[in-house]
Design a protein around this ligand. Structure first.
Ligand code: ADP
Length: 721
């Protein structure tokens, strides 16, 4: 009897073997159930072993095989590779793949009711209201009809019994419409067309190839990769295409743009989806019917049948790094995935990560450059405002220079965007009487004051309380004072300065959900807002034609702390924000307020000298042997108390294996020192490029015997260092 080796989506170190009973067809990659412990569980057949593998062993039987195409070998290989690379159990990675496994079951159905045209024997007021609703809305569920008519759903049942309504069971997971490659796109400029041609040639010839589209904001990177998508659709009627975007860039605007170009909405995958929609996308992906999937980083782990093209837009974005559970960087994983699938992968950015630029220089990636915006649109002029020379008034945040520019913009009938990456009113609350800084209990995290909601909120843990009337420390009345600016406070300042201006705040507090976001975006596009004050959610994916001034309120805020990537990240974020200005015919400018105008990131912004900046960053990293010139891994330990974690950390460091060229630093407080009541310490491990750091970490972690409440996780290629 042949043997099936099954991997379960559980954090177990090994797969298990099962017998395949007579008459059950079990291909490699099949989605199956088999008994494990007390339950029958879903798993994947990693491989089929010959009969001899079962000889002399008492194996349990595979119970059930799902009616779905088996998981491809390349996908199974990817899972095993990803587990090894991230120092995780393969079952843990499989768990991410099977997140919406309910999609394996039968398609869900619902009962809808149609009008039959037959008169009910008795027509009450409620019944006639309901029939009117059915007439207006067409076939609907009983709940929907009853809600629309404001009657109880019993009325629907009653009408069905009299024959006035007819019930019908319908499937609710409809397949996605087939996208079409041949709708007209933009007429490409010469440099766009050249880039598109290289991409389409690579897609057409097949095989693994990595590209970087390095193009200034608004240069048409999207239009160019649209051509690659069209080619993939055209070449192979079964090809699937994955487009990854940072979560916050997954706006209705970008979905609509896909729909306009390909005549069908792409299948979405992000944290905002309902369970039902998630199941639907998953099912369509498994069956190979979803041709274009557009999603956040975890969409990389969907079990595509035939993935031929992966696009990673804004490839430099920090949100591609998953920090919880299996920690991975979706960009780097995507390149490996494409390699295993023999697919083309396209990274796109106006500010590529240093790692990506170095890979391009080394010839691992093909770099395609877009230097210009099409048409009359120009890049904005960036000007640094030296706050040391012309500071704002006390307890104000806008310098005289920025205020004047805002007033000119308002008078010209144009729009201003003020960028400040801090939600709420004030990032710190202190007591004027005793000096206490209010923190989340048990942590060092400051509480942020939110005036609209009247609450104090921890932006790390989500802890939140109504703002107290008295100081929780000394009991003084009315002594709590917000310190420093958040977007709400800047809005207050603008309201006083420009009482006639229409002002709105755009942050995750004011724009929760697609509806509210669309509202703000629409009003901005219609010119109904004069000054928009936003956090980083304004940085991406929006085109506001009448926006001509961008003001960066506090350019230095991302530079604090000891993170060596801070300069790179600040440069990327601010050039993206500045790039919002002057997208249409009108030229734009960006004023960047800083106390550190000599910082290389600021100078590069002002001179539009990205490559000069990258060169400086590169030299620093090369000197220190940091990525991409060396490798890094982190180990994070956490425990309910600081004493416990410190004590265990000493034991853990004593177990670190020796390795050629490997250096271990720490323990030090982790970047997030206290999370959900747990104190965290971090080791950083540095190695030369040619060292298999995953293997080193696997050896180290295998040696550890941690006492019960202590937890450990490994982060390969940590984003902050
Ligand atoms: P990026 O992705 O580089 O920021 P987009 O592809 O979003 O750039 O292009 C910016 C804007 O310019 C979009 O509104 C897009 O439709 C428009 N655009 C880009 N290329 C062309 C072109 N060749 N002809 C007309 N409009 C274009």
């Amino acid at each position: 009897m042949p043997v099936a080796r099954i991997l379960f989506p559980l954090p177990l170190p090994e797969p298990f073997d099962y017998a395949i009973p007579e008459g059950l067809a079990v291909p490699e990659g099949a989605y199956v159930t088999a008994p494990l412990g007390k339950y029958e569980r879903l798993g994947i057949v990693l491989e089929i072993l010959p009969d001899s593998a079962g000889e002399g062993r008492k194996l349990k039987d595979v119970v059930h095989v799902y009616d779905a195409p088996p998981m491809s070998r390349s996908m199974r290989d990817f899972i095993l590779w990803a587990a090894k690379y991230t120092v995780s159990h393969p079952g843990h990675v499989l768990g991410m793949v099977l997140r919406a496994r309910a999609g394996l079951g039968p398609s869900p159905t619902e009962t809808v009711y149609h009008l039959t045209g037959q008169e009910p024997s008795r027509l009450t007021e409620a019944r006639s209201r309901l029939l009117a609703a059915a007439e207006e809305l067409g076939p609907q569920t009983a709940t929907a009809l009853a809600a629309a008519a404001e009657v109880s759903s019993g009325v629907v049942k009653g009408l069905a019994e009299t024959g006035a309504l007819r019930a019908e069971v319908v499937e609710t997971d409809l397949p996605y419409a087939e996208p079409s490659p041949d709708l007209p796109g933009a007429v490409l400029t010469v440099e766009q067309a050249e880039a598109a041609e290289e991409l389409t040639a690579a897609v057409a010839s097949g095989g693994f190839h990595t590209f970087l589209i390095d193009g200034v904001t608004g240069s048409g990177k999207t239009e160019v990769y649209f051509e690659a998508i069209a080619e993939a659709l055209r070449r192979d009627p079964e090809a699937q295409i994955l487009v990854l975007l940072p979560e916050i860039a997954l706006t209705q605007a970008i979905l609509s743009r896909f729909e306009a170009r390909f005549g069908a909405a792409p299948a979405p995958w992000h944290s905002g989806l309902s369970d039902k929609d998630r199941r639907r996308t998953w099912r369509e992906v498994v069956h190979g019917r979803a041709r274009i999937v557009i999603g956040a980083r975890s969409a990389l782990f969907l079990p595509y049948r035939r993935l031929k093209l992966i696009i990673i837009d804004e490839e430099h974005d920090g949100s591609y790094k998953q920090e919880d559970g299996v920690t991975y960087h979706a960009r780097d994983m995507a390149v490996m995935r494409a390699k295993l699938e023999e697919a083309v992968v396209v990274l796109a950015s106006a500010t590529p990560a240093l790692e990506t630029m170095v890979n391009a220089e080394l010839g691992r990636y093909t770099r395609l450059q877009l230097a210009a915006r099409p048409g009359a649109s120009r890049l904005p002029d960036v000007e640094l405002v030296d706050l040391r020379r012309a500071p704002p008034e006390r307890n104000h945040w806008l310098s005289p220079h920025l205020i004047q520019a805002m007033q000119e913009t308002l008078e010209a009938g144009e729009q201003t965007l003020l960028f400040l990456n801090r939600r709420g009113y004030a990032p710190l609350v202190i007591c004027k009487s005793c000096g206490e800084r209010l923190k989340t209990p048990g942590t060092e995290n400051w509480l942020t004051e939110h005036r609209y909601t009247g609450r104090l909120v921890c932006h790390v843990t989500g802890y939140s309380i109504p703002k107290p009337k008295t100081c929780p420390h000394c009991g003084a009345a009315d002594s709590l004072m917000g310190v420093g600016p958040g977007v709400e406070r800047v809005a207050e300042e603008v309201r006083v300065l420009m009482p006639e201006a229409r002002i709105e705040i755009f942050s995750s507090d004011t724009a929760q959900g697609g509806e509210a976001t669309r509202g703000i975006v629409d009003r901005m596009e219609q010119g109904e807002i004069d000054v928009l004050i936003g956090t980083q959610i304004v940085a991406k994916g929006h085109n506001f034609p009448n926006l001509t001034l961008v003001g960066v309120v506090d350019a230095d805020s991302g530079m604090k702390g000891g993170d060596l990537r801070a300069g790179e990240r600040t440069y990327q974020l601010l050039s993206q924000v500045a790039g919002r200005a002057g997208r249409a015919e009108r030229p734009g400018r960006a004023l960047v307020q800083t106390y550190a105008p000599d910082n290389p990131a600021m100078l590069a912004l002002a001179d539009n000298n990205r490559d000069g900046f990258l060169q400086i960053e590169r030299d620093v990293r090369a000197e220190l042997g940091l990525p991409p010139f060396g490798r890094l891994a982190a180990m994070i330990l956490s425990a309910p108390s600081a004493e416990m974690v410190d004590q265990v950390a000493q034991d853990v460091i004593s177990q670190a294996p020796n390795g050629e060229g490997i250096e271990v630093f720490g323990p030090a407080p982790a970047p997030i020192t206290v999370l959900r009541g747990r104190h965290r310490r971090r080791f950083l491990v540095k190695a030369p490029r040619n060292v298999d750091l995953s293997a080193y970490m696997a050896v180290w972690t295998a040696r550890l015997k941690l006492p019960n409440p202590v937890r450990m996780s490994v982060d390969i290629d940590p984003y902050s260092f």
